[in-house]
Design a protein around this ligand. Structure first.
Ligand SMILES: [Cu+2]
Length: 134
């Protein structure tokens, strides 16, 4: 009778594959921000992600909104982008590559307080420090 269970556990090698490895194709947004009309707001209004994450805004309302970055530091490529204007049911996604805090507004409802913030943390290596111990 041969032992069917072969328990071969030499050390504990944690193979943590990075999240950012995808064979092309559509990238799953790391976070979704819902845009609504009543009240006109971004939900959540403050979002914390990691560098390399993609955020998707989705206009679930019945009127046009916008996502426009303001402030001292504007994410690369968004400054002169008209894609911030979003008709109902439209989505807009952006991949944040540089850490920082980014403020954005809806140009139509900023007077109503329609303001959002994205906090992008540095993409730290999540793997453990234990290499091979003999
Ligand atoms: Cu709006």
């Amino acid at each position: 009778m041969a032992a069917a269970t072969a328990v071969a556990s030499f050390g504990c090698r944690t193979s943590s594959s990075p999240l950012t490895s995808g064979p092309g194709g559509r990238q799953e947004p790391a976070a979704l921000i819902v845009i609504s009309d009543a009240p006109a707001e971004f939900m959540p209004s403050t979002l914390t992600i990691r560098a390399g994450d993609t955020v998707e805004w989705r206009n679930t309302g019945g009127i046009t909104h916008s996502v426009e970055f303001v402030g001292e530091v504007i994410p690369e490529g968004t400054a002169s982008s008209p894609s911030g204007i979003m008709a109902p049911n439209e989505t807009y996604s952006y991949t944040f590559t540089a850490p920082g805090t980014y403020a954005y507004i809806c140009r139509f409802h900023v007077i109503n307080g329609m303001i959002g913030k994205i906090v992008v943390l540095a993409d730290e290596p999540a793997s453990g420090t234990t290499a091979d111990i003999r």
